[in-house]
Write a protein that binds this ligand. Structure first.
Ligand SMILES: *Cc1c(COP(=O)(O)O)cnc(C)c1O
Length: 369
């Protein structure tokens, strides 16, 4: 067998993730691999844990990184908090809420659902009503729905969830390091994200944090977590224990990349980073509207880092997207699920959120349409 040399093109990544990666992060990945229990590596892991806490804005001791992508972070939060027979409420306003419901069902929960039409946020009143008819262990909701471009307000819902005595589980994969997110201030009990969106590290890792109340729920479990790999009663001995016990071999090079990506975020400052995402969203919006694209989501609920727009009538969206990629090296996302073929999802995430990116995309679009 003759394997060809790897020669990936230098794409400009403006889809729903992964986003462009800073050369400093790529360089970090090329450093020598050391053992995952080497004292030097343990220092790196301690700093990564501080990075997780700073970026989630939390003091939770159980703040760590799952050695697998965002979906594994989702599964970690749900399978550790759910025991068979538990009643849970899952809010669904796009693909990722649906994925949470699927995981909760597989974990044996009795799943209640609140849904919103795609492109709209969940209505807190519906959450309140649903909670009255059940004994909720937890409520799970997506903060930034990447399939529709909706930013979900969480304050009212958080208050209702806690009044009902339930735990609040939040998917912050796309909002993380690009929009306002305050885990302690918003009383989020379990949160997960991914590294390849606004953090601009390579895909394949998932930062996660559990509040003391969520940790208490773990400790009160009567049954074993169904997943060995994701069972936090063991993982936590590595991340939060006094001694770092072997659990699995950490993806050392990916952790180097994450470490450097956190350094970059903290150098810029979270507030500045959020302001940059909002500013560039406005610039892209003006350009897209002048090209005939309309936004799917009402203005007050739009995600700055994921612009969901209707493709102008008469445009062969598949063909234009292919030419953007092959002739201009620019990737944008198509629609998912019921929006396939109807919308584009244009990402302005992390390193891909610059005026220069907007210029490249609009220049290419003016040539193609
Ligand atoms: C991307 C994404 C995920 C899944 O992350 P993977 O790294 O692809 O597993 C989950 N939720 C949301 C909102 C996402 O945007």
């Amino acid at each position: 067998m003759n394997m060809t040399e790897l020669k990936p093109a230098n794409r400009v990544l403006m889809g729903p993730g992964p986003s462009d990666i800073n050369p400093r992060v790529l360089q970090a990945m090329s450093k020598p691999v050391i053992g995952h229990l080497d004292p030097d590596f343990l220092t790196i892991m301690d700093e990564i844990k501080s990075g997780v806490q700073a970026t989630f804005r939390t003091e939770n001791d159980l703040s760590f990184v799952v050695s697998a992508p965002g979906s594994a972070g989702m599964e970690t939060c749900l399978v550790n908090l759910i025991e068979p027979g538990d009643e849970v409420l899952i809010c669904i306003h796009g693909v990722f809420g649906g994925r949470m419901a699927d995981i909760a069902e597989r974990a044996g929960a009795k799943v209640h659902k609140v849904e919103a039409p795609w492109g709209e946020p969940i209505d807190p009143q519906q959450v309140k009503m649903a909670l009255e008819d059940m004994q909720p262990k937890l409520v799970a909701i997506v903060h930034a729905e990447t399939s529709t471009g909706v930013l979900q307000p969480l304050d009212e819902i958080s208050a209702m969830v806690h009044a009902a005595g339930a735990l609040l589980v939040v998917d912050a994969v796309t909002s993380y390091c690009g929009e306002d997110l305050d885990v302690d201030g918003w009383k989020i009990d379990a949160i997960y994200s991914g590294t390849q969106k606004c953090l601009s590290a390579p895909p394949g890792l998932s930062p996660v944090s559990f509040s003391p109340k969520a940790v208490a729920a773990l400790e009160q479990r009567k049954t074993k977590v169904q997943s060995w790999f994701l069972d936090l009663s063991m993982v936590k001995n590595y991340w939060a224990g006094a001694k770092r016990a072997y659990h699995h071999t950490a993806p050392v090079s990916s952790m180097y990349a994450l470490h450097e990506a956190y350094r970059i975020v903290l150098e810029e400052g979270l507030e500045n980073r959020i302001a940059r995402h909002r500013r560039n969203h406005q610039e892209l919006r003006a350009q897209l509207e002048s090209l005939g694209f309309e936004f799917l989501v009402a203005e007050q609920y739009r995600l700055p880092m994921l612009n969901a727009v209707y493709v102008p009538p008469g445009l062969d969206e598949g063909d234009v997207r292919k030419r953007l990629l092959l002739e201009h090296n620019i990737e944008v996302g198509g629609g998912l699920g019921k929006f396939a073929g109807k919308i584009w999802r244009i990402g302005l995430m992390g390193e891909s959120c610059t005026s220069n990116h907007i210029g490249m995309l609009t220049h290419a679009l003016r040539k193609l349409i």
